[in-house]
Design a protein around this ligand. Structure first.
Ligand code: ATP
Length: 193
């Protein structure tokens, strides 16, 4: 019997235009902007979008730049990567997987006011240390490990997020390829999904 020809797997990229995303609601507000729950319509998938206001103080752009750059270079199951990032008017959108159980800080304060059990702590620590070990091997320091930056998915998977204050062992902030002012071409990133 003739073997069926396998269709080549098509690499899909998350779209780099805001019209492809339907905002469902606000998840929370951070120092640099707002995080929304949204649907990526062409992909039919739920995402979280961090919308960062580029009109804030100039230091904020360095924060954004560092986070986008760090995320685009990392790939690990315990690190919350970005699907893509792009500018929308005067804000910068980082499209990420939606971590439906929220942050560890939210889980503890809403459901475990007396603290997590030791086995739970051990699991979260193990997963977080995996992320940190990978980061350190890649030459990065996270520098802001806290319960609010550890996100959990509905299946219990644990990821480390928020690389705004991370640092690289090897590069200065003025590394080549990154302009010092916000321009969509220097910031637009989309990783295959
Ligand atoms: N991918 C995501 N999925 C689900 N919730 C998220 C996601 N990313 C962020 N959040 C939630 O959105 C809220 C805001 O996150 P954000 O990273 O902007 O700020 P923060 O971590 O609270 O503070 P900071 O600005 O100091 O880092 C937090 O409650 C966080 O748990």
């Amino acid at each position: 019997m003739a073997s069926e020809e396998e269709e080549p797997k098509r690499v899909q990229y998350y779209p780099l235009d805001s019209n492809s995303y339907k905002i469902l609601g606000e998840i929370g507000v951070g120092v640099t902007g707002v995080v929304f729950k949204a649907i990526c319509v062409p992909m039919d998938s739920t995402v979280a979008i961090k919308a960062i206001n580029l009109d804030q103080a100039s230091t904020d752009f360095n924060y954004v730049r560092r986070e986008a750059k760090t995320l685009s270079l990392l790939s690990h199951p315990n690190i919350l990567n970005a699907h893509c990032s792009f500018t929308v008017d005067r804000s910068f959108w980082v499209v990420m997987p939606f971590m439906s159980a929220g942050s560890l800080q939210y889980i503890i304060s809403s459901s475990f006011p007396d603290g997590l059990s030791e086995p739970c702590i051990a699991i979260v620590l193990k997963e977080t240390l995996r992320a940190l070990s990978y980061l350190h091997i890649q030459g990065h320091l996270h520098r802001d490990i806290k319960a609010g930056n550890i996100l959990v998915d509905s299946n219990g998977s644990v990821t480390l997020a928020d690389f705004g204050v991370s640092a690289s062992f090897y590069e200065s902030d003025s590394s080549p390829g990154w302009s010092s002012s916000p321009s969509s071409s220097s910031l637009m990133v989309s990783t295959p999904y």
